[in-house]
Write a protein that binds this ligand. Structure first.
Ligand code: IDC
Length: 368
């Protein structure tokens, strides 16, 4: 022990070498992390922490979405303009969706495909092209770990039964294709109008049945009377009084435009009524403008709406990601950039929504 042939370093020297090695590894790790942080933009969502990788398949529990762990979950979404228009299809892109995810706190996209207006799917639009565009949109959202609504955007067609044959075929194709996806949501009729809840309900049951044949669990959104106002008149509540039975994971849409006085006056009461009755409600479309998509932007009314919706953790999708010359567009009229928008590329509505969504994401923290 300790003889002259003993080459082992003393305990003190061994300790020093150990400390030097640890310091070296620590410095190396520090440098690597520092380099990685420098290279990545501050807001990048790593693949392991996308909205879908964190929350998985959503389902409906009570009046809300819950994630795959059973925790309440809120979608903060943006709707495209009609993808059958240039002002809509231009932004069906991975870069655009990524900008919204990383820079705006958006976790879901709504792909709006008109059925009748402007060469819609059932009025002369190229059905294969439109389906291919929907597929692209779903793929980009899926690659980015975002939720995505496939919206059968009825509007001037009024009664969804008008194109029920095409709707059945379309949703059968979608359900077959996306049955194993955990991020796809089907919206089967954007805004029925000029028809009764009875008539919409009859349509919805048939389409839900067609979807459920393949996709057993995806959430399905049903549009409601009078442009998705939960009842045919400003004060009636026939959807909450008579919901669809026999199926799980069904939500009902409520749409509002913040600058439309009648919406702000009557619809919050309808929402409260619906929630008290246990009706799951989603705001699958809202705008900050008047109901025609243009005119004044009412931030005061929008603030009140956000307060109410956030209080109940209700999901919402803003109309629309577009550069069309109308105030509901989130981009400035004619903006050429199709992603990575700077503040100067955004409209008044765009700036407001970006700020609101980011604030909500920050407030929710890990639950966002
Ligand atoms: C509007 C678009 C506008 C287009 C019009 C008709 O903003 O550019 O000319 O549709 O296609 C809705 C509808 C939605 C409307 C929007 C604004 O779901 O399609 O978009 N709105 O009017 N419901 C209430 C308002």
């Amino acid at each position: 022990m300790g003889g002259k042939n003993d080459r082992r370093p003393s305990a003190r020297r061994r300790r020093c070498a150990r400390i030097r090695r640890r310091l070296g590894s620590f410095l190396l790790a520090f440098c690597m992390i520092f380099t990685m942080l420098e290279a990545a933009p501050a807001t990048t969502v790593s693949a392991a922490s996308t909205p879908v990788s964190k929350h998985g398949q959503l389902s409906v529990d009570g009046v809300n979405f819950v994630d795959s762990s059973g925790n309440a979950f809120q979608l903060r979404g943006i709707s495209t303009h009609g993808i059958n228009w240039d002002v809509g299809s231009t932004y069906v892109s991975k870069k655009a969706f990524k900008t919204l995810r990383d820079g705006w706190g958006v976790n879901a996209i709504r792909l709006s495909m008109y059925t009748e207006n402007c060469n819609g799917y059932c009025s002369g639009g190229d059905q294969s092209e439109l389906k291919a565009l929907v597929s692209k949109g779903v793929k980009y959202a899926t690659d980015l770990g975002m939720y995505v609504i496939i919206d059968w955007h009825i509007l001037s067609d009024g009664n969804p039964n008008e194109h029920i044959t095409e709707a059945k075929a379309f949703f059968t194709t979608m359900a077959k294709k996306y049955k194993n996806y955990n991020n796809v949501i089907y919206e089967i009729c954007n805004e029925p109008n000029g028809c009764s809840w009875k008539s919409i309900k009859s349509y919805a049951k048939k389409i839900i049945k067609a979807i459920r044949k393949y996709d057993k669990d995806a959430v399905i959104i049903v549009g409601t009377p009078s442009w998705s106002q939960l009842g045919a008149s400003l004060t009636s509540n026939e959807v909450a009084d008579d919901p669809i039975t026999g199926y799980d994971n069904i939500m009902y849409s409520l749409h509002f435009y913040a600058s439309e006085d009648a919406h702000s006056e009557y619809l919050p009461d309808k929402l409260n009524y619906a929630l008290e009755k246990g009706l799951p409600v989603i705001v699958s479309e809202f705008g900050l403008s008047e109901a025609d998509g243009n005119g004044e932007i009412d931030k005061t009314s929008a603030n009140q709406w956000f307060k109410l919706l956030n209080k109940y953790n209700i999901s919402y999708f803003c109309w629309s990601l577009s550069n069309k010359d109308e105030s509901s567009s989130l981009l400035k009229a004619g903006t050429a950039k199709t992603s990575s928008w700077k503040s100067s590329d955004l409209s008044t509505a765009g700036k407001y929504i970006k700020k609101k969504y980011l604030a909500r994401q920050e407030k929710l923290g890990a639950a966002a």
